[in-house]
Design a binder for this molecule. Sequence first.
Ligand code: DGT
Ligand code: CA
Ligand code: CA
Ligand code: ZN
Length: 579
Amino acid sequence: MTREILASVLEEIALLLDLKNENPFKVRAYRQGADAVRGFDGDIVQLAATNQLTGIKGIGEALRDKLHILASSGSLPFHQHLRAEFPPGLFDLLDLQGLGPKKVKALFETLAVSSIAELKLACEAGKVAALPGFGAKTQTNILAAIALRDKFADAFVLGTISPIVDEMLDTLRLHPEISRAAVAGSFRRAKETVHDLDFLVATQSPALVCEDFTTLPQVASIIACGETKASVRLHNGLQCDLRAVSNSQFPFALQYFTGSKEHNVALRSLALKHGWSLNEYGFTATAKDAPDVPASIHEEPDIYHALGLDFIEPELRENQGEIEAAAAHSLPRLIELANLRGTFHNHTTASDGLNSLDEMVAEAIEMGLQYLGIADHSKSTFIGNGLDETQLLDQLATIAKLNAAHPEFRIFAGSEVDILRDGTLDFDDSILSQLDYCVASVHNIFNLTEEEMTRRICLAMENEHVTMLGHVTGRLLLKREGYPVNHAKIIDCAAATRTIIELNCSPLRLDMDWRWWRRARDLGVLCSINPDAHSVARLHHIGLGVRLARKGWLRREDILNTRSRAEVETFLKSPKAAR
Ligand code: DGT
Ligand code: CA
Ligand code: CA
Ligand code: ZN
């Protein structure tokens, strides 16, 4: 049982009650309950399991009882009975970008649409466009969302599967017959999305270990189970392959199955130049007169060293010049999580965050950070409950008081200010100049051309008070393509205006994309690893951000929030042109 399961069950109940036309207050109570569960500061699962959820704002008596049943028994009959009243495909509709509970309800009630397939047919027949509140544009958008879903049908977002991978690895490492365990593949390379997981173990009892792998609690079904390999599907649909090898094969298997395929092809051709072939089992001489194969390969770096290369971190293995750099001993020293001293761009309950300013600060302190940047939404983002000028200045005063009372920690007062259609900002310079920093982001009017959108963003970056650019493309991985922008031009403009570009490490965003960071770095553009956290739990996504920064070849010195508090204070006070 996890906090997220508790919250999503409440959310689903809200939707189901809504579909049944139940009292809107009741519906809202469940939605608010879900928010309360997500934002609660404490071990809510434990408290619910032991029925100690009393006096919590947003969780009344009825919800408390249901949470108790759910947390203590693992399921809630009330929820299951409710769910059984509707066709199961209906829930898939909610995952489509742009389809909220209201629209799903209308489609179900008027067109009897209860699956993606039915929705597609209804769109193709033009029936959806004819519905009140829909229209031709919505119908086109729905078809696009369905096409996107098909395209990514078997993909998963890196950040959301990390906790499962950690759990599975922990269990495998406890197995008495397993001496080493790792995940290879795209997951290890920190690709933003992965298709399957490639587990690897070193063992002397491969068949036994394969069988035990298929009984892990995360496993829903067994695809195959053999002497040295097994494949399973997890409850969330993700496929996992396991390969069991000997201890001496392990480094070779780890290298091979980490990929990427392109990196391995290049590495193998380098090995051939030495007279060796390289595969998942080891080196072998290609001819009788070839030099002896390297001895004593115990760890993965030994393989690279044997080929005259520096060790190449997994994140870099995309055949984007890393092998050449390793040969020339010019690989970057990549940033590590321990280098981060603070973080920017975080929300509080003042806008659409789930935790208060105090709770966010307490968590940042708990994480060992020296400073925390707050950046709630500005007034034009009404969906995000954006702050107006008065509210922002109030928050500024509150932060100043907190800073004065707690000199050992620094809160930087900022704003995630909307970039309006014409590239101007949602607040006047007279307001922005009072802040410690400012993140400028696009949150609406996505349907501009690439040229218009690029100009809009560049104009915002030219503002003296815009410290950093938020989520460059606005993409939501596997859900929504970003708005069109010219990355190269935006990077050039960031370099010219000394504007930082954020690496938004909210798991669905990971925006700017890792493929662009090396270019930005080479032009002297600074990166800020920003969780865009809407709750205390999400502050921890900075770890994911570090992995993507590494994938973008970034070093400690390329990232603002590796700097000490004093350095950041000086940096933010200096005029942009002098940074
Ligand atoms: P994905 O699609 O997210 O699962 O991406 P990967 O990179 O994890 O791909 P996967 O699971 O098919 O294979 C894992 C690694 O195994 C891959 O990165 C390189 C290696 N590999 C798999 N098949 C081949 C192959 O046919 N040739 C070579 N050279 N390497 C392969
Ligand atoms: Ca894979
Ligand atoms: Ca695989
Ligand atoms: Zn934003």
